[in-house]
Unconditional design. Structure first.
Lengths: 285, 426
């Protein structure tokens, strides 16, 4: 009796995906009915990988999204494990309180986060630069320069998401039997050896899940860009979701934006499959 | 009898069934601030007193989200009325999102507004909107900073402009001579187009991009010179979705000596500067080496009615707009719309509104803008105009941040413009 589920999946997932792929081969204004779409073959794909402005902007957005995603994952995962280890210590006072504080940032609405962080990052009168000034570090450009704007958004993302991934790490840590640590201790392992010999291998499934979720979350970044930077300065924070919105809705270029969405979807599928393949290979070894 | 008193009857007569006085709900989408929205709501309430069958609700979104909201809500959830930037009109018409104005409204607009402004509300000879505001660019300068730097008055040409920018720059104090905007397409491109107009050039000539002209090349060089010498600091020019942010903060806090900005900023400047607003001077754009007279660019905003609204809603919407923009509905014989616009320092575009507000338009800040309006050129309105603007924005920002040279910027800007307009015409 999988027909109802398969039907729902077909209607709500496969049909929109197939429609997006179909539209990516057409010239179509998003404000007009589907029957007005005009077949253009691979022209939309040629345009988004060309050297004209459409292609340049798309490739910049693709690169920005890749950098944002890679940095977010590389920072979030180790930090979440580290914080997870800290707050998981049952005999540490305030562990529960710390977990609550960490998770709180994940619950704050992005509009509030954006408002606060745009002021924190203000180049001349922002608190962050003032704090840096107290310790002798000169003012940073943060969101105001293309060299630093994307990294500033990564920092904001890490701040907001770290609580969620820490909770995932703690959940993974609770699944590790205490007897294994006891056995490692009897065998003479120090805490560092216990971490690499017991904790990390047994956290693999949790980390795999966290990695996939972190990638999907990062690839879908939209609000901070729309609310704070509008993709600037000089396109340095123009990420794919924001760019596709601009092309597909503001400019109504449905065919082009569909080609971009299909490319993003393929890139995401390939990345996630590669991670699963690497994980399988590691498990076999 | 005043035109606005006749129009409602004419318009209502055009819409079958509208005379039955069925309750009609009209929604109005704008990007105005809460204070201005309150004025619009007050005007709408006055209208509803005379027309109890019509309810008008106002919704505001940030400027950065306005076009998206109009497009994404197209259909049954579309706002009945929307305020739009004139550059957006050709594509909204192409996509069938806005309704043509009834004949009576079109006749009133053609008779009551300057022809250039009425033209910006038309596509292929059909009028789609009622123009309300006109904005023009001029040089704003901080008189106190000028006095400190020993500068007598605003620069008249680029030579003086660069000298003043250098004199006003104090890197140690975090002060820049001239402020360039980034992260806001119109905020980046309009000042560039104003310098270009004052240098005898234009963005698009007869539908063909003209960014490869020597005049345009000189503007790219001017930008490169400002940035490479540190007289303009791009990092101080970031704008956010509400068209405020560090760019505004730096001017109001006296860390920027000069900017090129439109008149509608008056309310933002007043709010940010308080008493120090009296230090803000307005002057024509300095004339470039290839220019003969100071020029600038102008653009308009207009209110359009959704094509997906019912005939009754459309009729009620046009009737309300005709009343809102009609003579005598505001103070001093002007329109209610002109009162709202003047509260923000925005120039009304209806000829009778300009006459009715002559005294107010004579105040220091606005008088500088009114004086440059005569020589201003309208920002080109073409299919693909928004994409063209955003592409030029990217190129200019790359130049400002030293990622490309002036020559590379000019070549890229022209190539982009050609390909965008060609693609839009397919």
């Amino acid at each position: 009796m999988i027909a109802p589920a398969a039907g729902l999946i077909g209607i709500f997932i496969l049909v929109p995906m197939g429609l997006t792929v179909w539209l990516s081969f057409h010239d179509w204004s998003t404000q007009t009915p589907f029957h007005t779409a005009r077949w253009v073959g691979l022209r939309n794909y040629e345009d988004i990988f060309s050297n004209i402005s459409v292609g340049r902007d798309f490739k910049t957005a693709l690169r920005n999204t890749a950098i944002y995603t890679a940095l977010s994952v590389v920072i979030l995962l180790p930090l979440s494990v580290l914080l997870g280890l800290l707050v998981y210590q049952r005999n540490v006072r305030g562990g529960q309180f710390l977990r609550t504080i960490l998770f709180a940032s994940y619950m704050v609405p992005m509009i509030a986060v954006a408002l606060v962080w745009s002021k924190l990052y203000a180049p001349t009168e922002g608190p962050l630069n003032q704090i840096l000034g107290w310790v002798g570090i000169g003012p940073q450009t943060w969101l105001a320069a293309p060299q630093t704007a994307l990294y500033s958004l990564v920092l904001l993302n890490v701040w907001q998401q770290i609580g969620y991934f820490t909770v995932l790490a703690v959940a993974g840590l609770t699944q590790i039997p205490g007897a294994l640590y006891e056995a490692a201790r009897i065998d003479g392992a120090n805490p560092v050896q216990s971490f690499f010999g017991v904790t990390l291998p047994l956290l693999r499934r949790t980390l795999l899940f966290s990695t996939v979720i972190a990638i999907i979350n990062a690839v879908q970044v939209f609000e901070p860009v729309a609310l704070i930077t509008q993709g600037g300065p000089a396109g340095s924070t123009n990420v794919l979701t924001f760019h596709i919105r601009r092309i597909g809705i503001d400019r109504s270029q449905g065919g082009l934006s569909s080609a971009m969405a299909v490319t993003l979807m393929l890139a995401l599928i390939v990345t996630v499959m590669a991670i699963f393949a690497m994980n399988r290979r590691a498990e076999k070894q | 009898m005043k035109t606005w008193k006749v129009l409602p009857a004419l318009i209502l007569g055009l819409a079958a069934g509208a005379a039955d006085a069925e309750p009609v709900e009209v929604s109005y989408l704008t990007h105005w601030s809460p204070e201005t929205v309150a004025l619009l709501e007050s005007a709408a309430a006055r209208y509803s007193e005379e027309h109890p069958d019509v309810t008008i609700s106002v919704r505001a979104v940030p400027f950065g989200d306005l076009l998206t909201t109009i497009r994404s809500s197209a259909g049954t959830s579309a706002p009945t009325i929307a305020g739009i930037y004139d550059l957006w009109l050709p594509e909204l018409v192409r996509d069938g999102l806005v309704a043509p104005a009834p004949e009576a409204v079109a006749e009133d607009v053609l008779a009551g507004w300057p022809s250039g402004i009425a033209a910006a509300a038309q596509v292929d000879g059909t009028l789609y909107g009622i123009p309300n505001e006109v904005n023009v660019y001029a040089l704003n300068y901080n008189k106190a900073l000028f006095a400190e730097a020993g500068i007598d008055g605003p620069p008249a040409n680029w030579e003086e402009f660069l000298a003043d920018a250098e004199a006003l720059t104090d890197k140690g104090a975090g002060q820049q001579g001239f402020g360039l905007i980034n992260s806001w397409s119109a905020g980046v491109v309009h000042p560039f187009a104003s310098f270009l107009a004052s240098n005898g050039g234009t963005l698009i000539s007869d539908g063909v991009p003209a960014l490869d002209s020597p005049q345009a090349g000189e503007v790219f060089d001017l930008y490169e010179k400002l940035v490479s010498n540190g007289w303009s600091v791009p990092a101080m020019g970031t704008a956010d979705a509400n068209t405020t942010g560090p760019f505004l903060d730096n001017f109001v806090s006296g860390k920027t000596g000069m900017i090129v900005m439109a008149n509608w900023w008056e309310s933002a400047l007043k709010a940010g500067m308080g008493d120090a607003f009296e230090n803000v001077g307005t002057a024509p754009i300095p004339v470039g080496p290839s220019g003969e007279v100071s020029s600038s660019i102008s653009y308009t905003w207009q209110t359009v009615v959704s094509a997906s609204a019912s005939p009754e809603e459309q009729a009620a919407a046009w009737d309300f707009l005709a009343w809102l923009n009609g003579e005598g509905t505001g103070e001093g014989g002007g329109s209610a719309m002109s009162d709202i616009l003047m509260s923000m320092g925005i120039l009304p575009s209806r000829s009778s509104d300009v006459a009715a507000n002559e005294d107010v338009l004579g105040r220091d800040f606005l008088a500088g803008y009114v004086s440059v309006l005569e020589n201003a050129k309208a920002f080109p309105i073409v299919l693909g105009g928004q994409e063209f603007t955003e592409a030029l924005q990217q190129t200019l920002e790359s130049l400002e941040y030293g990622q490309i040279s002036a020559d590379e910027a000019q070549a890229a800007a022209q190539a982009d413009a050609v390909s965008i307009l060609e693609r839009a015409a397919r």
